[in-house]
Design a protein around this ligand. Structure first.
Ligand code: G3H
Ligand code: ZN
Length: 294
C-alpha cells in the first residue's frame, strides 16, 4: 500500500483533497470508514481517509486502541485509512503518538511566539526523523502558524484574536526553519461552527503560501464552510481538509432524537445506529466534494 505521503502527492496531482475526520468513539470510526468504503465501491477507486484524534479525543478513545483499530482495518481490507494525532500541544504528547505508531502528528504551537513555535515544532520533526532512521517508518509532521480559534463546537461569533491571516513570508520562514512535511495556515477558516457564518477562504493566499513554502497545505476548521470555499481552496493548493464539528453535531442531534423517540429502548447498538448513520451522511457528502465524486 502507498504511504500517506504518497496519497497526499497523488491528491495534489489530481486536484482533490483527502478528508480528515475526528472521532470520539468507535461509532464515529465505523461511520467514517463506512462512508469512505461506500464511495470507493461506487467510484471504482479507493478514497483515502484520515482519522484524527485531538488530545481529548485520544484520551477518551485510547491511544493504543486507536492505533490498533486503524491498523487492523487497514491490514484486513487493504484500505488507505490513516491515523493522525490532531492538535497536540506538547513534545511529550507528540512523541507518545509517534511511539504508538501514528502515521502523522500535528504539533500545535499556535499560542506560542513565532520563535517558540519553531523551537517546539523542530523538536518534533527531529524526533520523527530519528524514528524514521531507525524503523524506516514514514511519519508526517504538521504544524500551524496563525490562530484560527480553538475547539470543535458551536460559537456565537469568531473568537477574539482568531482569523488573522498567515503572511506568506512568515510561512516560508517557518517551513524552512522547522522542516515540517505539512503546513496548516490561517486562510479564512475558524475552528467550530460559527452562528453568524464563517469568513471566506482566501484562495489567492492559499496559492501563494503553497508556492512559497513548497509543502502540501492542510485546511483546518472545515465545518460550516461553503462548498465553493472548499473547491477554491483545493484548486489553490489544499491537500487535506479537517472536519470535526459537523460530525459532532450530527451525532449529537441523531442520538438525542433516538433517545427521545425510543424511551424504552436499552440496547446501545440500537440507540446509537441513527447517530452512526448521521455521521456517515456528513462524511460521505464531504468526501464527495473533496474528491470531486458526482
Ligand atoms: O482539527 C480539526 C479541525 O480543524 C476541525 O475543524 O471543527 O471546524 O470542523 P471544525
Ligand atoms: Zn484543526
Amino acid at each position: 500500500m502507498k504511504t500517506l505521503r504518497e496519497y497526499i502527492k497523488e491528491a495534489e496531482e489530481k486536484g482533490v483533497a483527502i478528508g480528515h475526520f475526528n472521532i470520539s468513539n468507535l461509532e464515529g470510526f465505523h461511520a467514517i470508514y463506512q462512508a469512505a468504503k461506500n464511495l470507493s465501491a461506487s467510484g471504482g477507486a479507493n478514497v483515502p481517509v484520515i482519522i484524527g484524534l485531538s488530545e481529548g479525543e485520544e484520551s477518551f478513545v485510547g491511544r493504543t486502541e486507536a492505533v490498533a483499530l486503524v491498523r487492523a482495518i487497514r491490514d484486513r481490507d487493504n484500505f488507505p485509512i490513516f491515523l493522525n494525532a490532531d492538535h497536540h500541544h506538547s513534545f511529550d504528547s507528540v512523541k507518545a503518538c509517534i511511539d504508538a505508531d501514528f502515521d502523522a502528528v500535528i504539533i500545535d504551537g499556535t499560542k506560542l511566539s513565532f520563535e517558540e513555535n519553531v523551537k517546539i515544532t523542530k523538536e518534533c520533526v527531529d524526533y520523527a526523523r530519528s524514528v524514521t532512521k531507525i524503523t524506516g517508518r514514514d511519519i508526517l509532521v504538521e504544524a500551524e502558524l496563525g490562530y484560527i480559534g480553538e475547539g470543535s463546537n458551536i460559537k456565537e461569533t469568531i473568537p477574539e484574536g482568531a482569523g488573522i491571516l498567515t503572511k506568506p513570508e512568515d510561512a516560508k520562514k517557518f517551513v524552512e526553519e522547522t522542516g515540517i512535511d505539512l503546513f496548516a495556515p490561517s486562510v479564512g477558516s475558524i475552528h467550530g461552527l460559527i452562528k453568524t457564518g464563517k469568513p471566506h477562504i482566501n484562495a489567492e493566499l492559499v496559492a501563494e503560501i503553497r508556492k512559497i513554502t513548497g509543502v502540501p497545505l492542510v485546511l483546518h476548521g472545515g465545518s460550516g464552510l461553503r462548498d465553493v470555499d472548499f473547491t477554491n481552496a483545493i484548486a489553490s493548493g489544499i491537500s487535506i481538509v479537517h472536519i470535526n464539528t459537523e460530525i459532532r453535531v450530527a451525532f449529537d442531534e441523531a442520538l438525542k432524537k433516538s433517545l427521545f423517540d425510543n424511551p424504552s429502548e436499552t440496547t446501545p447498538y440500537k440507540i446509537l445506529q441513527p447517530a452512526v448513520e448521521a455521521i456517515e451522511k456528513v462524511v460521505e457528502a464531504r468526501l464527495k466534494l473533496f474528491n470531486r465524486i458526482k
